[in-house]
Design a protein around this ligand. Structure first.
Ligand code: GLN
Length: 243
């Protein structure tokens, strides 16, 4: 089976190790003997997003978001086509924000989003920036488990109808908010860097399964030995008193 991953704006949207997510997807795919193709695409490059099973975009500060958003908006029809054809999406922080209605920065500057979802994001004042380690509890594909990451965002994301997780420690979508991220059958959008996937292999596999669904339907993934990954996550859960 093929697993075709498109990593958008790899050179601009990459904070706190987000690139590690791409490595984990490739590594866990290869361990299942999937034929993994990991391609990158940046400003001005031609690509047909609908050729891919998974669209991955990392986080970026306001500066990078300003640099890329027009290019991203110019691809809106192609992204919609990919969505309609069941491409999976993994969007981190700045990438998460740009799939909503808009991002309004601290000085009132507006960055238009793709508008696929109802949520919108407005920057907090400096005293209410959401920074630090975060622990959450999520239910994906019927399984409930804890996940950890690191967040650093001024953006407060509101009107999220289907959050990804419940916050156990940290902030999430807003300063001291109860919920984190956005989740549908196809899209996982989150403020969690760290990067997200190395310490949370259950999330990595849920994303791979969503991606494979596009061409192969429901696929069972063989279990892997996640002893080290689990230990790394447990250290952080313990530190945050969420174990
Ligand atoms: N510029 C956005 C914010 O501060 C995104 C930051 C990020 O991707 N970490 O809210």
């Amino acid at each position: 089976m093929d697993l075709k991953i498109l990593w958008m704006y790899h050179d601009l949207m990459d904070l706190y190790g987000d690139k590690g997510n791409a490595e984990v997807l490739r590594g866990r795919g290869q361990k299942r003997n999937l034929n993994v193709q990991l391609d990158t695409c940046t400003l001005g490059q031609q690509v047909n997003i609908d050729d891919y099973d998974l669209f991955f975009m990392g986080g970026g500060a306001d500066k990078e978001q300003n640099l890329i958003y027009e290019d991203l908006l110019s691809r809106k029809d192609n992204i919609k086509e990919a969505m309609d054809h069941k491409t999976a999406f993994l969007l981190i922080c700045g990438g998460y924000q740009l799939f909503g209605q808009y991002y309004k920065d601290q000085d009132g500057g507006m960055i238009k989003g793709l508008g696929f979802f109802d949520y919108y994001t407005e920057a907090s004042d400096r005293d209410h920036r959401c920074i630090g380690n975060i622990a959450v509890e999520t239910t994906i594909d019927g399984k409930t488990f804890k996940a950890v990451g690191f967040e650093n965002h001024g953006g407060q994301t509101k009107n999220v109808r289907t959050p990804f997780a419940k916050v156990l420690s940290g902030h999430g979508n807003m300063y001291k908010s109860e919920y984190e991220g956005f989740l549908t059958d196809q899209v996982l959008a989150t403020y969690m860097h760290g990067p997200l996937l190395p310490k949370n292999p259950q999330i990595a596999d849920a994303i791979i399964k969503r991606a494979l669904r596009k061409r192969y339907g429901e696929v069972e993934l063989a279990p892997l030995d996640d002893t080290l990954e689990d230990k790394a996550r447990e250290v952080m859960l313990k530190r945050l008193k969420c174990d």
